[in-house]
Design a binder for this molecule. Structure first.
Ligand SMILES: [Zn+2]
Length: 458
């Protein structure tokens, strides 16, 4: 195929909606796919989700995974699938869809291990062919074809080893900005690689032409602030865990299982007040033991972790026998999910007996889906009946707000922008930011929806 000086973007999932992220980028006759995520009505993005038993077409039908039929006639042109980070709304559909493409999955090493685990679960349920998973550390270049090179730029978000993938093409770089915040003081790892982003923006990428297109998340684009650093969440937790009069009471903290930075803070402040910390829940175990194994989480050394229901019951029995005041329990269930541990504790279904004065700290926000809101309401109502002391919202977001977006645009100066990962309101808010830089809707900032490809003249 002759050179065209065109880049075609296929928004497959995650446009004008939240969840099931998937975008394909076509350059001449080659395609790279970014993300293959899930969206379920009960999207507990970071929690235990079992959907292996559900058929692919059924999942597409209910809108749980991306409808990739737009790529039907082009599957053999896909040269790589690149998940940006390990959240399920970015990797959760890989076990269902990746085998339909004859190419490897390339992502950061921690993400690769999470992907491997999901793929293995699927394989145990149905015959699916092996897909090669290639770990690519941030800061390294990997040629995909003669024309295309992939680079994963170090980024901060709310899960370890997040990246901002950059595809170097002959017509300029394509930057995939889903999901990110610009955290200058992360609790684990280093701030984003600003120097490299600026280089790429200044035309020092492989193409020498600068950024042709930025695909940008818009989750919090409408909020006039810069998202606080994870070190702010750490300070909030320090204040709550160490500042409360709590020598004799039980203490439960609940948060996103995959948020290892957050769990580090919970563990360290729990230990500082002389309590033994126990992480409870299958997903707590999965994410954080892997983090420890890969050298991200030394703090796990003196922490008990239990994932199986019976082990959890036994651990909670021990806590009751030895004295609640000796322990800090970090549990799943911050969205009020009925099956998660915190809801089971609130319903008195475990050996742990809540009593007046026990603390329950929510290091999370409620994801504003009606199901979550209802579940959360039920949970807090039940907790109140036990007269516990509750702290909600000890949390900062993993998604950049207006000022994060502003800074990214200033560094990258893309020729075209595609706002994604947000509803139409969030996409519109993003346009407002882009307009400050002189971008104009239809001209070089493109609002699109799932299945509606955009051809960029670059
Ligand atoms: Zn994410």
């Amino acid at each position: 195929m002759p050179s065209t000086d065109e880049i075609r973007i296929y928004p497959v999932g995650g446009y004008s909606e939240y969840g099931r992220n998937m975008t394909a980028v076509e350059v001449d006759d080659e395609i790279v796919i970014f993300d293959m995520g899930i969206k379920l009505d009960r999207v507990m993005i970071d929690e235990d989700l079992v959907f292996e038993d559900t058929d692919l077409l059924d999942l597409v039908g209910i809108g749980a995974i991306p409808d990739d039929s737009v790529l039907e006639s082009k599957r053999d042109r896909v040269v790589a699938i690149v998940p940006s980070h390990g959240h399920l709304d970015h990797i959760g559909a890989l076990p269902k869809l990746a085998h339909r493409y004859d190419c490897p999955i390339i992502c950061t090493p921690y993400t690769a291990r999470l992907v491997e685990a999901y793929m293995a679960k699927e394989k145990a349920h149905m015959a699916t062919k092996d897909v090669e998973i290639i770990p690519l550390p941030t800061g390294q270049m990997r040629p995909l074809t003669r024309k295309l090179t992939l680079e994963l730029v170090r980024m901060t978000h709310s899960i370890l080893d997040s990246s901002m993938p950059v595809l170097h093409t002959p017509y300029g770089e394509v930057v995939y900005g889903n999901d990110f915040k610009l955290d200058n003081n992360p609790v684990i790892g280093r701030p984003p690689d600003y120097a490299r982003l600026k280089e790429i923006g200044a035309g020092k990428g492989e193409s020498g032409r600068g950024v042709a297109a930025l695909i940008a998340e818009t989750t919090r684009a409408g909020e006039d602030t810069k998202t606080e650093s994870e070190s702010v969440a750490r300070a909030i937790l320090k204040d709550h865990i160490m500042g409360l009069e709590n020598d004799e009471d039980g203490m439960i903290v609940t948060t996103f299982s995959s948020h290892t930075e957050r769990i580090k803070s919970i563990v360290e402040f729990g230990q500082k007040i002389g309590r033994e910390v126990i992480l409870l829940g299958r997903s707590m175990e999965n994410y954080n033991l892997l983090a420890e194994e890969m050298g991200f989480a030394d703090f796990m050394e003196d922490v008990q972790v239990w994932g199986r229901r019976r082990s959890i019951e036994r651990a909670l029995g021990d806590v009751m026998r030895e004295g609640k005041e000796k322990y800090l329990i970090c549990a799943t269930g911050h969205q009020g999910e009925p099956d998660a541990l915190l809801s089971r504790i609130a319903r008195d279904e475990t050996p742990f007996q809540l009593s007046r004065g026990d603390h329950v700290i929510f290091s999370s926000n409620v994801i504003p889906h009606p199901v979550n809101v209802a579940n959360f309401h039920v949970l807090t109502h039940r907790l109140r009946r036990h007269s516990v002391r509750m702290i909600k919202g000890a949390h900062v977001s993993g998604h950049g707000a207006r000022e994060d977006h502003y800074e990214l645009l200033q560094m990258l100066r893309p020729e075209h922008i595609l706002p994604s990962h947000g509803d139409i309101k969030a996409q519109a808010a993003y346009i407002g930011i882009a307009q400050d830089f002189g971008y104009a809707p239809e001209d070089n900032v493109h609002i699109t929806s799932n299945g509606r490809a955009v051809t960029l003249k670059v």
